[in-house]
Design a protein around this ligand. Sequence first.
Ligand code: 5RP
Length: 233
Amino acid sequence: MTSSTSTSPFAPTQDELKALVGRAALQYVDPGSIVGVGTGSTVNKFIDALAGVKERIRGAVSSSEASTARLRALGIAVFDANEVDALAVYIDGADEIDARGYMIKGGGAALTREKIVAAMASRFICIADASKQVEVLGRYPLPVEVIPMAARQIARRFAALGGEARLRLQGDEPLVTDNGQHLLDVHGLHIEAPLAFESEVNQWPGVVTVGVFARQKATLCLLGTAQGVQTLR
Ligand code: 5RP
């Protein structure tokens, strides 16, 4: 990806950087369109900005119950993915993004629906603050949604690759995703070849979704930096 930066006169907090890229993403929303909407604190800023132009769009396809609730609370229509054939853009955050636009996602537990909605879209616009940029994916523990009965077997497969898979908890209980499944967070990976890695893990029985977004990589990334919004293509 190459970059261009628009400058800004203030030294923003991380929250302000998220709001900055959330607003910047509006330029990729076509009038009269249905927008693919991701999940997370950065996307929440985008949803808030989208509410300001809601009369100009038809609505959204959402990637989580949380985003659906926020969209509806702000008066934005939410379509079921099966009602829509294709989307021009999908706008979502990331836990990590590399220079090629490959990402780790799923910190907010919404990776499966995120991948589904991303696959409907012609373009994936990633919005992220600068802390998400990495050289090699894997510093952030890789989320993997799994069928609960396969969790231990999948954890053993990751151990053979040098990763330590931990079941994500909510309080004392396993977190249950919007799809009724469990999540593993895999520590200690160094993902040099994201496309091959995604394909391999996708084939393991019991894996619902691996949080490497290589096939559904970002078309471009709006990166919030102290100097302003940097556009990585
Ligand atoms: C949710 C995601 C989010 O996009 C990712 O976790 C980034 O979240 P945030 O914008 O809150 O940092 O993949 O499943």
